[in-house]
Design a protein around this ligand. Structure first.
Ligand SMILES: C[S@@+](CC[C@H](N)C(=O)[O-])C[C@H]1O[C@@H](n2cnc3c(N)ncnc32)[C@H](O)[C@@H]1O
Length: 207
């Protein structure tokens, strides 16, 4: 696994490790289920022929279970996450042989160049210790014309939170857009996904 670039990395990951067993329960579980369900739709619409799918920060694998059903011809449906307990829960729910889950950070994906044609990530981006590096890695592991579907909370409404500990985070469309552009993604399209604070952005590699 990569050397974390920020001291908050361990704290964020440890918090998810502790939540893993009950992650899909209660109102927060319902919220994440709703978000992942709504994410499968733009992914299916824009990447209908995907054969190799990666979820960065997959947590308990909710989205990948859905995508495995949405993309019956996909050959590989893989999740990476740095929190071992999240991966352990993901493995217990994985009944489709195409699903696999491994340890990994967005900032240093243990994957060869151009291996995937669809990369998805839901409510994980805000936790990446180096978001620019994470997006560059997403671009690196996508093949030519590959699609990224990123779901998180970059919105002007959250601009005040940029004054605090998360001040370097790409929590606005323009900041996230700049990082996407720098990573090589062109013409990002923003979609309302869930309430005003959860947005989806879809973008293809410009190369
Ligand atoms: C809110 S959970 C979302 C999980 C899943 N994507 C979902 O929608 O249910 C955030 C996930 O991001 C993971 N995470 C934290 N830092 C990360 C990093 N640097 N790279 C990849 N994943 C990370 C956490 O371990 C956690 O599982």
């Amino acid at each position: 696994m990569s050397e974390p670039a920020h001291p908050n990395h361990h704290r964020d990951v440890a918090a998810f490790d502790l939540r893993a067993a009950g992650y899909e329960n209660g109102w927060r579980g319902q919220l994440h289920r709703e978000i992942t369900t709504r994410t499968a739709a733009p992914a299916a619409r824009e990447a209908h022929a995907s054969s190799r799918i990666l979820d960065v920060g997959c947590g308990t694998g909710q989205l990948l279970r859905l995508l495995a059903a949405t993309f019956p011809t996909a050959s590989e449906v893989r999740g990476l996450d740095p929190a071992p307990s999240m991966l352990a829960v993901a493995a217990t729910h994985a009944h489709d042989p195409r699903l696999s889950f491994d340890a990994g950070d967005a900032e240093k994906l243990p994957i060869p160049d151009g291996h995937f044609d669809l990369v998805v990530t839901t409510t994980s981006f805000d936790h990446w210790s180096d978001q620019a590096a994470g997006l560059q890695q997403c671009a690196r592991v996508l093949g030519a014309g590959g699609l990224l579907v990123l779901v998180d909370l970059p919105l002007l409404l959250l601009a005040p939170t940029l004054l605090g500990e998360r001040r370097r985070k790409a929590r606005t469309n323009s900041r996230a857009g700049r990082l996407l552009d720098a990573a090589g993604f062109s013409a990002p399209v923003w979609h309302d996904l869930y309430t005003p604070i959860i947005k989806a952005v879809t973008a293809r590699l410009s190369r």
